[in-house]
Design a binder for this molecule. Structure first.
Ligand code: NDP
Length: 473
């Protein structure tokens, strides 16, 4: 018997992906560096479908039907290269290696190019949804050759999440496109989480609500336009009571957020591409600030207002508007990065299709994504989501409340970097004139960097150290 597909790397993600495949009736070869994991999988879940366990790489490869489809689910980085080096010599032209780990897209581009020389398709694939998603249907973002997607697409679409009959999986584009989109997805996730955290903080300190009351607010929001997995779990976490102390769970957790790196990559890549993603950057920095315990301790007695509850009734509605508006900005920034990456690397990514495959399976799944899909359907080449009819109207409707929330946060000393930067981005884009003109003047003064004029073509320099006449540069 041969397997239709194989999975090597059977930690939480690989194991659940293999089970998902088997449950859908696809015979799956399974392999892991440490054979005990392979054995445990078959012992525990062997009755869920057809598993073909392999102890060695040779056995594993021999058990796959051709062209071979080999999914690698190991720790990202050097382990992925080690596994590729182990398997590639055993493969033949036309075979496919699918890397489902959280690889950096630049690594994926490098690996794809090297394997393409040997006729092997390398399919860098973003998989979102954590271990539950891997088992019950993740959002899958495969990059690679169109030919490889013909052989892999049906299998991947079969095990992906499904929303309204549409699988949350599509061919993203060549080489690193899939991992790039997965990276930006994670960056947006950081931003979404930060905005929710700021909403909680303001409801707590500006409106004086208790965690259980705030949980109710989030439950209500989850029945409206903010309906999403993250809002839903926020209510669950806020309503939870610590068994040991009887206190709200959120009050006994150390307030230092950790990160694994994909948010940071999103910002680093945005800097390289020259794309402003302040919402994502502030979310990454907010986690960073929280983790600097010594810095925070040293600064604790700096002067500032006490966090008195000043907000009147109706504040929660204002926060909802600030959250929705800031979320629109975060997604607009993330999609800008996707479009810039697509242009830089020639990927031809369909932005609306990305919104479509994020509607289910992944952490940022939300009703909202249907709106983004619709916006790109209406205008596939729009430079920004902000000007889409629906989003522009929502921003217009939200802006008074949004400004009020940011002002309140500043007045009572509650940090709201996500809300603030989103509003600043919005106001920057709508401004007639930006002070960048002054910046250009300064640059010309100290470095003769030249400037352009509003009324004439060309580059100019003013003789600042001399008689201040203007010369053509
Ligand atoms: P881990 O990232 O913890 O990786 C453990 C697996 O990697 C084990 O199977 C381990 O084998 C194998 N491995 C490590 N080093 C080597 C090596 N040098 N050679 C061969 N195999 C090696 O597993 P996860 O299941 O958490 O994640 C797998 C991938 O999926 C990662 O890239 C991760 O970033 C990504 N991912 C994870 C998500 C999650 O929620 N956990 C969500 C989405 C993606 P052994 O048993 O022998 O040690």
């Amino acid at each position: 018997e041969t397997a239709r597909i194989g999975v090597t790397g059977l930690a939480v993600m690989g194991r659940n992906l293999a089970r998902n495949l088997a449950r859908h009736g696809h015979p799956v070869a399974v392999h892991n560096r440490t054979a005990a994991r392979t054995k445990a999988l078959v012992e525990e879940f062997g009755d869920e479908g057809t598993f073909l366990p392999a102890e060695t790489a040779e056995q594993f490869v021999a058990s796959l039907e051709r062209p071979r489809r080999l999914v690698v689910m190991v720790k990202a980085g050097a382990p992925t290269d080690a596994v590729i080096d182990e398997f590639a010599p055993l493969l033949e032209p036309g075979d496919m290696i699918v890397d489902g780990g959280n690889a950096h897209f630049a690594d994926t581009r490098r690996r794809e190019a090297a394997l393409r020389e040997r006729g092997i398709h390398f399919v860098g694939t973003g998989i979102s949804g954590g271990e539950e998603g891997a088992l019950h249907g993740p959002s899958i973002m495969p990059g690679g050759s169109a030919e490889s997607y013909e052989a892999l697409g049906p299998l991947l679409e079969d095990i992906a999440a499904n929303v309204d009959g549409t699988p949350c999986c599509t061919h993203v584009g060549p080489d690193g496109a899939g991992h790039f989109v997965k990276m930006v997805h994670n960056g947006i996730e950081y931003s979404d989480m930060q905005l929710i955290a700021e909403s909680y903080d303001l409801l707590r300190h500006a409106a004086g609500l208790a965690p259980a009351e705030i949980a109710e607010v989030f439950r209500t929001w989850n029945t409206g336009r903010l309906e999403s997995y993250l809002i839903e779990i926020t209510a669950e976490v806020l309503a939870h009571t610590d068994a040991a102390t009887g206190r709200p769970f959120v009050d006994v957790v150390l307030d230092q957020a950790e990160q694994k790196g994909t948010g940071r990559w999103t910002v680093q890549t945005a800097l390289d591409l020259g794309v402003p993603v302040g919402g994502i950057a502030e979310a990454v920095f907010a986690r960073s600030v929280s983790g600097h315990a010594g810095l925070r301790e040293a600064s604790r007695n700096l002067p500032g207002p006490s966090r008195s509850a000043v907000a009147g009734s109706g504040f929660a509605d204002k926060v909802e508007k600030a959250l929705y508006a800031s979320k629109i900005v975060a997604y607009a920034q993330g999609f800008h990065e996707i479009q810039a990456g697509s242009a830089e690397y020639g990927w031809n990514i369909d932005a609306g299709a990305m919104a479509t495959i994020w509607r289910g399976g992944c952490i940022i799944r939300a009703r909202f994504l249907d709106r983004i899909r619709a916006a790109y359907e209406a205008d596939p080449s729009t430079p920004t989501l902000l000007t889409d009819d629906h989003f522009a109207e929502a921003l217009g409707d939200a802006q008074d409340a949004w400004r009020d929330v940011v002002a309140t946060a500043a007045r009572i000393g509650v940090p709201a970097p996500g809300f603030s930067t989103a509003l600043a981005y919005y106001d920057s884009l709508r401004a007639d004139r930006l002070p960048a003109a002054l910046t250009q003047g300064q640059r010309d003064f100290f470095g003769a960097h030249t400037y352009r004029r509003v009324d004439r073509d060309g580059s100019f320099h003013t003789l600042w150290g001399g008689d201040r006449t203007e010369v053509s540069a």
